[in-house]
Design a protein around this ligand. Structure first.
Ligand code: ZN
Length: 87
């Protein structure tokens, strides 16, 4: 593991990738990373991200299937936004 930066989350991941037991510094870095992930909202945040990505893909597919209606709705929304800014 010549280029592994021990004491980092990337170092921890490298240990896992090559199948070696993480050294103490890398294990500590992983624990800190996990604690920070939990503090940021952890799984709930990951679920929201996954939902937004899936929602975006669904809207893209819907727009591909019904382009006329999609662009008409988009125009309505953009007009609404412009009117709100103007008022
Ligand atoms: Zn290490």
């Amino acid at each position: 593991m010549a280029r592994t930066q021990h004491g980092t989350y990337a170092g921890y991941q490298k240990h896992i990738e090559v199948g070696t037991r993480p050294c103490r510094r890398c294990a500590a870095a992983q624990a800190a990373y996990y604690a920070e992930w939990l503090a940021r909202g952890g799984e709930a945040q990951d679920r929201r991200k996954a939902y937004k990505a899936a929602s975006h893909r669904a809207k893209t597919e819907l727009a591909r299937r019904h382009p006329g209606e999609y662009y008409q709705l988009l125009d309505v929304e953009l007009t609404r936004d412009r009117e709100q800014v103007a008022s």
